[in-house]
Design a protein around this ligand. Sequence first.
Ligand code: AMP
Ligand code: ZN
Length: 510
Amino acid sequence: MEQQLFIYNTLTRKKELFKPLNAPLVGMYVCGPTLYSDVHIGNCRTFTSFDVMYRYLLHIGYKVRYVRNITDVGHLVDEVAGEGEDRIARQARLKQLEPMEIVQRYAFGFREVMALLNLLPPSIEPTASGHIPEQIEMTQKIIDKGFAYEKDGNVYFDVEKFAKSNNYGILSGRNLDDQMNNTRELDGQEEKKGRLDFALWKKAKPEHIMRWNSPWGTGFPGWHIECSAMSQKYLGDTFDIHGGGMDLIPTHHTNEIAQSVGCCDAAPVNYWIHTNMLTLNGQKMSRSLGNVFLPVELFSGMKLAADSPSATPSQAKLDGKHPLFEKAYDPMVVRFFMMQTHYSSTLDFSNDALQAAEKGYNRLAESMKKVSSLSPSAQSTSDIKKLRQQCYEAMNDDFNTPILLSNLFEAARIVNSVYDGKETLTAADIEAVKKLFSDFVVDVLGLKAEAENSGKQMEVLDKVVHMVLDMRAEAKQKKDFAASDAIRDKLIAAGVAIKDTKEGSTWNLQ
Ligand code: AMP
Ligand code: ZN
């Protein structure tokens, strides 16, 4: 491989030269969403960060098998203790739907959001419920190795026993005593031997719908075992890259390592990559804290209407009309906003930051359009080859997208300067700048050269629709219902859905 890529490895706490097991093949697994509600912008940040890594690995010539799972069973309400109701089963009960109806509903929304943010689809998107036999088999192997025990239809991983011959806290850097002290007493979980023990298999209560037969009775798998079983199935006992948000380090990923080592005596992953959190006013965005933003609250041009089968109650007030935001933003602006910060730093979400990102993105997009209209000169005043090399250096340094962007803005500055007649580029260098943009802005950063629903267009459309809605309100007031109905019908025919509320009318793109 021509490029020497360095990756920060959580396991060794160092930047390391990336050496895949079987180059040019690369195996990469990323923990996907638990589909019991809409993914929020925080989840999107993690998936977008891994999309850029995936794109860069492809760009420099690797053949990547990218597996990102969908959790549709086993993720319990209390994920640290591994207790409580299954998150999806809980939603199913509350909404009086089948669990798989819940998953289907949110999978539809998830894929739409991923496509709007221009994420490449993973090579394989396996579901936990589609891999029950694999999870049972792995659990049995761990029992056979003596690292798990069965108690009353539940199977638990014996952490203390495992820790006698292995470093359980290898990923988090925490020792066992530390972890013990940070974990609650075994309140109501007396069947566990030790308080760090976690479930590989849970016995299903009679009312539990998601249930499968197993050697230990009817039940369902624990959350962590799905990722170990599915990554092993598609990528092997040991593979190259495993990713996820850094909130997964202390429990989910720590337990994944324990399971794989307990089952197969092999460390499952060579490079662990963790993304930092998207925050709101400095606090992690999370569904349990209730401070989440949904993409539909922010993006312009989402197809999902409030009354669509996948709509959730919060979508009633939507289409980029969240009270904290002055307007809707193009998903590409949101993607650009995410790229401005390195994946390992926190990223705070605010209206001001998005407005600045919109300006930056538009500036870059405009320069990309200008390249085609530049006139060549006999000599260049800038070294485009060097600039291209700097772009690679940025990405080779642990996927440093903010430094990459600063180099791309330097290219944009050169383009503007040549356009204004202050600097010059040869024909070959103009082509090189074009290629730089198409390689790094479009292929690697995954930004489209032009916004489909640019903020400006949406602003104008919003004003026009409100003008028409005011005319309709006026007609209604004059009791000219024929006119007000005709306006509504014509708006609907044009693709504008209207919702009448006490506070007035709102609109959505259909
Ligand atoms: P979940 O559906 O909660 O299992 O989360 C899916 C992925 O999103 C995991 O990799 C999480 O680490 C990640 N994630 C959750 N919240 C955030 C956040 N606020 N910022 C970035 N990533 C997050
Ligand atoms: Zn996982």
